[in-house]
Design a protein around this ligand. Structure first.
Ligand SMILES: C[S@@+](CC[C@H](N)C(=O)[O-])C[C@H]1O[C@@H](n2cnc3c(N)ncnc32)[C@H](O)[C@@H]1O
Length: 270
């Protein structure tokens, strides 16, 4: 995976939270938080917490006695997350690489990670770390996107950008967020990390936006796809966004738009 794929900084966190979170992350955060909260954990670790959509969903389901340590590789994402939930003393925000967690063995009852594992350069190591910090019987809850063809807006944006940059198409969305969609591989890598009880569900949802321009901004400007576009030509970000919006409008119409999204939701018990 390109290093550029892991850089969520500059304008990305704000646009990510404003456009991408309501578009694709909120329904999966509700689902994952519900699964995690039903196990009644007191000490929860979240990795790759981003701007905190899952953190907020978990916090709203846990009692006052519980606590969450929400971590992410990129401090700018956590700064954005913390600013939105300033008064919740149950949440501690801390920069951390999910592949080298700064916590003792068996500290947590549950670990959650929403759409983060695709970004790990060594997933087995990330799974080993989640398992190491879990108490015996504790669970690791996470999700990962299905292939890009099952996620319509991302697919249309990627195809549109390939026509704008035909020599060197920006493939971030296909390569990384939608590049880890083999359920058997996920199971094998969890097993290699020491997890024994593993369940994997497919989960469909509908992505909705007020206009085709919103998903174009979300993907082109609020993800590391922006880094890839700007690496080709910094002055063409707006042109690329408009080109993607036009392609979305041709496929989904000019008014409010809806597209299919699909992910895998995984529970692994230590
Ligand atoms: C698609 S975002 C998901 C963020 C959040 N969980 C959500 O649902 O909106 C992926 C996140 O993974 C983080 N990330 C990438 N590599 C990481 C690593 N090695 N350890 C921890 N976080 C990582 C990025 O900073 C980014 O915030």
């Amino acid at each position: 995976m390109a290093t550029i794929d892991r850089v969520f900084a500059g304008s990305i966190p704000e646009i990510y939270e404003r456009f991408l979170v309501p578009l694709i992350f909120e329904p999966y955060a509700r689902d994952l938080a519900g699964r995690l909260a039903r196990t009644g954990p007191q000490h929860v670790l979240e990795t790759a917490a981003g701007t905190g959509v899952l953190t907020r969903a978990i916090a709203s389901r846990l009692p006052a006695s519980a606590n969450i340590v929400a971590t992410d590789l990129n401090q700018p994402m956590l700064d954005h997350a913390a600013a939105q939930r300033p008064n919740d003393r149950r949440i501690a925000w801390r920069q951390a690489d999910a592949l080298a967690l700064p916590f003792e063995d068996q500290e947590f009852d549950a670990v959650g990670c929403q759409f983060g594992v695709m970004f790990f350069p060594d997933r087995i190591q990330g799974y080993r770390e989640a398992r190491r910090v879990l108490k015996p019987g504790g669970s690791f809850f996470f999700n990962a996107w299905d292939r890009i063809s099952e996620n319509e807006f991302a697919d249309v944006v990627t195809e549109a950008l390939a026509t704008l940059f035909p020599q060197d198409p920006p493939r971030f969305l296909a390569r990384t967020p939608h590049g880890y969609h083999d359920a058997e591989k996920i199971r094998d890598e969890l097993t290699a990390a020491g997890f024994a009880e593993i369940s994997i569900d497919a989960a469909d949802a509908i992505s909705k936006a007020a206009s085709p321009r919103d998903p174009a901004i979300a993907y082109c400007q609020g993800t590391p796809l922006r880094n890839e576009i700007e690496a080709r030509d910094k002055s063409r970000l707006e042109e690329a966004t408009t080109h993607a919006a036009d392609a979305l409008a041709r496929r989904f119409g000019n008014g409010p738009v809806e597209g299919r999204i699909r992910a895998f939701v995984i529970t692994a018990i230590r």
